[in-house]
Write a protein that binds this ligand. Structure first.
Ligand SMILES: C[S@@+](CC[C@H](N)C(=O)[O-])C[C@H]1O[C@@H](n2cnc3c(N)ncnc32)[C@H](O)[C@@H]1O
Length: 374
């Protein structure tokens, strides 16, 4: 099959680079929707790994997490190894600030805990955490995207306004600031930047999602309006870490909060990770799951291989316990991703888009769906 240049670019970066330096799905929303407990056996995609760690706060029975990209597995493994071998301060420096003066020393402490592919990756890339470098959050595909966003803010002279917008408590004032900022950032000279497949690929947005979104400038305006005006962005770890390059200590994601750490550490053995596709794992394992967290990866399949999408749904059904919950996000506005023959076996509900707009701190997906296996 011949790939279009944008598909070829997407494939290239996703097979050669780390893309996600943080998970780009709001884990607080996941936990509200999934309602995990001691009887939950979760199947999920790793991305940057911390959502699996965060689910441990709900004491599930087990978590199986896979990713097609070995660099994403390496990131999860590094998180787990530092959690096991080191204390809160080291873990926080690596994954809270993205830099550590002791990065070489800490890496040498945990290196032997890693599987050979992850060791190989970090042997070449542990300098991501160097105090003299850009730090973890400006590395990888999403890191380049974050740097581009910062560059646009800076070159348009908007740094101060964006800062005010983030911290402004009054909504009417946020609206005024947002109009000023968005005029330059979304409608001005920068507007073409958001449309480039090369740029979108860095953020993990394939051509099929770009097509489903339609008017990208209007979409980005809506996302920013939800996250920076309708919500109060000051406490939003997802966007602030990209704007600042580090998490704000008073608004940390749950897995970086000191009081939660011990709870997570004692349960690390419940996580089984591997580098493979969803299809590969589900077709080779006999395990049955109560929860599936599929992120938005079905949009990737929808654009490239409808047959694979159909087969994957069949496998999910085969591996689901009765009543299992299936969470996914999508750029598509309908249930285009669900083949007809699956729709009467899983009951899907779209999570109220207005509630999502006001609560999802990532805010970049058109639809959030929760399915229940009948
Ligand atoms: C679907 S992407 C989208 C980003 C996502 N919203 C997040 O949490 O950051 C997340 C991860 O899915 C992985 N992925 C995509 N398709 C996959 C598949 N068929 N099987 C396993 N992992 C996959 C990618 O390598 C990436 O790390």
């Amino acid at each position: 099959m011949t790939l279009s240049p944008s598909d070829a670019w997407f494939k290239y970066i996703h097979t050669h680079f780390l893309i996600y330096n943080i998970c780009w799905e709001d884990v607080a929303i996941d936990r509200k929707l999934l309602k995990l407990d001691e009887s939950s056996s979760v199947f999920m995609i790793s991305s940057a790994g911390e959502n699996a760690l965060t689910y441990l706060l709900d004491n599930p029975e087990s978590i199986v997490t896979v990713d097609i990209n070995k660099r994403q597995t390496a990131l999860l493994e590094l998180k787990m190894a530092i959690l096991k071998e080191s204390g809160y301060d080291d873990f926080f420096e690596f994954f809270g600030t993205g830099k550590s003066a002791r990065y070489k020393e800490i890496y040498s402490m945990v290196r032997d805990d890693l599987t050979p592919p992850s060791r190989k990756f970090w042997d070449s890339n542990i300098s991501y955490f160097s105090p003299d470098g850009k730090g973890l959050f400006y590395q990888g595909g999403s890191g380049y995207f974050a740097r581009l966003m910062r560059y646009l803010i800076k070159t348009n002279g908007l740094t101060e306004q964006v800062d005010q917008l983030i911290h402004e408590p009054k909504r009417s004032e946020r609206e005024r600031l947002f109009t000023e900022v968005s005029q330059q950032l979304i409608s001005g000279g920068s507007k073409f930047m958001w449309k480039l497949s090369a740029v979108l690929g860095l953020a993990g947005i394939p051509r099929s999602q770009k097509k489903a979104i339609g008017n990208l400038n209007a979409f980005i305006r809506d996302v920013f309006n939800n996250v920076f005006v309708r919500q109060q962005a000051q406490s939003n770890p997802y966007w602030n870490v990209y704007l600042k390059g580090t998490y704000a200590e008073e608004y940390l994601p749950d897995y970086l909060i000191k009081e939660n750490l011990q709870h997570i550490v004692t349960q690390l053995d419940k996580i089984e990770f591997s580098t493979q596709t969803v299809h590969q794992y589900l077709s080779s394992s006999k395990q049955k799951f109560t929860h599936f967290v599929l992120l938005d990866h079905m949009d990737w399949l929808y654009g490239s291989d409808q047959n694979a999408l159909k087969n994957e749904w069949k496998l999910i059904l085969k591996r689901a316990r009765p009543g299992a919950k299936i969470l996914f996000r999508t750029a598509h506005s309908s249930l285009a991703l669900i083949p007809g023959e699956i729709r009467n076996k899983i009951q899907f509900t779209e999570v109220d888009p207005e509630w999502v707009a006001l609560n999802d701190r990532v805010g970049t997906y058109t639809g959030t769906y929760l399915g229940t296996v009948q």
